[in-house]
Design a binder for this molecule. Structure first.
Ligand code: CUA
Length: 308
């Protein structure tokens, strides 16, 4: 049973928090199930046919009892809700200094792409005691990235980026599963997450000089696809500046008076559906690159724009 533990390791900072909620819910459920089953059994025996007991059932009022069996469950339910909400927000809010890794799901494998250029299939190497943020998308259908030992799980959806973060607390190897039925070989869409000591990780991530950093590949795409001719930042340029310009995390104002923060989703939309948001002061002339760039190329362009 060693490879199929009923209760996986607790190997991330949130694992014990998720488990604490889980066990509290189990304890509450067991307590109330036993109390209700005991009451049913008691009344079934006491009021069984032929047993000589008082069945007059007079009306009785007991305000204290009425209030307590309304208020106590209310406090328990709201307590569990508030506590879970705090843990949920923790799980959904990545620290700003997190190490970023891009993940592409496809039938039926996981492709991880590190900004350094290192890429891996059905494996993910991460440093211990360091927050890691995954920016994930799918090339075909919905998948779901699940690391039981870290108690984190997130759908990976075609056409958009979803985010998952964790901080591993113990070096070792952990299971990675696809947790969304995605076709005939869903069950083999599995992998290994390897948590390395900091020094080992540095060694691993920088190990191969032949790896081309994502931002460098992105810069090449930026030139090859002609983005540079409009987004060069020169006076009179057709598009808003991107090359040599910090735009990631900035606010973009649009022609229609709305605005958005430049993030991965905004950049992706701007490349695939440029007419959706026209930056104030520019004409809607950019062609769509929908169908011309792979998910991987999009991520390379995003990483290039991020590092400007
Ligand atoms: Cu991918 Cu199931």
């Amino acid at each position: 049973m060693q490879d199929f533990p009923i209760f996986p390791d607790q190997a991330s900072t949130v694992a014990w928090q998720v488990d604490a909620i889980y066990f509290t819910l189990v304890a509450l459920s067991v307590f109330f199930s036993i109390a209700i089953a005991a009451a049913i059994t008691f009344f079934a025996i006491r009021y069984r046919k032929g047993n000589n007991v008082d069945r007059s059932n007079p009306m009785e009022e007991n305000t204290v009892l009425e209030l307590s069996w309304s208020i106590i469950p209310f406090i328990l339910a709201m307590g569990v809700f508030g506590w879970s909400a705090v843990v949920f927000i923790t799980i959904r809010t990545p620290p700003v200094d997190a190490v970023e890794v891009y993940v592409i799901g496809k039938q039926w494998m996981w492709h991880a792409q590190h900004p350094s250029g290192k890429s891996e299939i059905n494996e993910l190497h991460v440093p211990v005691d360091t927050p890691v943020k995954l920016i994930m998308t799918s090339q075909d259908v919905i998948h779901d990235f699940f690391i039981p030992a870290f108690r984190v799980k997130q759908d990976v959806v075609p056409g958009r980026y979803s985010m998952l973060w964790f901080e591993a607390t113990k070096p070792g190897e952990y299971h990675l599963f696809c947790a969304e039925y995605c076709g005939t070989e869903h069950s083999v869409m599995v992998g290994t997450v390897t948590v390395l000591e900091q020094a080992e990780y540095e060694n691993w991530i920088g190990g191969d000089a032949a790896d081309e950093p994502l931002a460098v590949a992105g810069e090449r795409l930026f030139t090859e696809n002609g983005c540079i001719s409009c987004h060069n930042g020169e006076p009179g340029a057709i598009g808003p500046p991107i090359a040599n310009e910090t735009i990631f995390g900035e606010t973009r104002e649009f022609e229609d008076g709305t605005s958005l923060t430049v993030d991965e989703a905004y950049i992706r939309d701007s490349i695939l559906n440029p007419q959706a948001h026209i930056v104030a002061g520019y004409a809607p002339v950019m062609p769509s690159f929908d169908g011309q760039l792979s998910e991987q190329s999009l991520l390379q362009l995003i990483e290039y724009i991020k590092t400007q």
